[in-house]
Ligand binder design. Structure first.
Ligand code: SF4
Length: 310
């Protein structure tokens, strides 16, 4: 069975988050160089019911009936969720069923379309991305579908944020040597003042990225960048509290057992354990930080293996 719902997983931005996937892996309007899910398989701006709402809701309701606790139900997943033309119906149905607030992660690419903006109005919080401050950076970092340009994208984001009554938590993803200087921060500030979000989250590539040259920014540079953006900006620190949030299946133990047998890619682990890729990533991150497992690159593939493997 295909899994469209995963978690709850610990999220650095949303606490305990029940993830909901609206598009198959990896259908997206961008092909970001820092994407932790690898390169985009289908780059598109075509909106359609990639996965029908009925199929997704069946899995959401099942999880909620199991009595799971979550701080947010997060519409996100393995690509850009606003590409699913039934997103409005999905959000409405979830909100009719539960009091758990609905959060939406979006790359902002389709917010120029009024139908997209209308369809996500009922989300409780929207977390859009802005990773570039000009066309050149947009092409370098997000590698968008050719019909989307920076001005159209950023105007759509500003229009949405002016219309939307809920909270906006903007994410700015910065990469070493690409968009992370204080001059970059000043240029971002120009646009962010027009977006006027409640929070600004500064993130960097703490996990293996689609491209090796998408490198993590040092904590010192992150802090300097953040300072330029003012009080609303905060660096998102890695989530340290995984132990409290284990799911009923001991994913971490099964993951380590699997890696003890052979080095695996994210795909291998996901199919081997029957657990969604995004959920696996939440377990991998602290294991890398604690030096329990290592990352090994072979060509464009990223493998994980126990630290002491010779
Ligand atoms: S928008 Fe998100 S899913 Fe799409 S390529 Fe960028 S990081 Fe990956």
């Amino acid at each position: 069975m295909e899994h469209f719902v995963y978690g709850p997983v610990p999220s650095r931005r949303l606490g305990r988050s029940l993830g909901v996937d609206l598009v198959p892996y990896k259908v997206c309007s961008y092909d970001c160089i820092y994407c932790q899910l690898g390169r985009t398989k289908e780059k598109t701006i075509e909106r359609k019911p990639y996965i029908t709402v009925a199929r997704i809701l069946e899995q959401v309701y099942k999880k909620l009936k199991e009595g799971i606790r979550a701080d947010y139900i997060t519409v996100a997943g393995s690509g850009e969720p606003t590409l699913n033309s039934e997103i409005g119906s999905l959000i409405r149905n979830i909100k009719n069923y539960t009091d758990i607030p609905v959060a939406l992660l979006t790359n902002s690419s389709l917010l120029y379309d009024s139908r997209v903006r209308e369809s996500i109005m009922e989300a409780d919080v929207v977390l859009p991305s802005l990773d570039a401050h000009d066309q050149e950076g947009f092409e370098t970092i997000n590698r968008p579908y050719p019909e989307i340009n920076f001005k159209t994208m950023v105007q759509g984001l500003i229009t949405f944020c002016n219309e939307y009554p809920g909270e906006i938590w903007l994410e700015v993803f910065i990469l070493d040597g690409i968009n992370s200087t204080e001059t970059d921060a000043m240029q971002f500030k120009h646009w962010i003042e027009r977006v006027n979000p409640q929070k600004i989250h500064i993130n960097t590539a703490v996990r293996p990225a689609a491209e090796a040259y998408a490198r993590q920014v040092s904590p010192e540079k992150m802090a300097r960048f953040c300072k330029v953006l003012g009080e609303k900006a905060e660096v998102i620190t890695p989530y340290k509290d995984l132990e409290k949030h284990k799911t009923s299946v001991d994913v971490e133990e099964n993951l380590l057992n699997l890696l003890a047998r052979r080095p695996c890619t994210l795909d291998d682990i996901s199919s081997g354990l029957g657990v969604h890729k995004n959920e696996i990533l939440k377990y991998i991150e602290p294991l890398i930080e604690s030096h329990t497992i290592d990352i090994v690159k072979k060509g464009s593939a990223v493998y994980y293996q126990p630290k002491n493997l010779q």
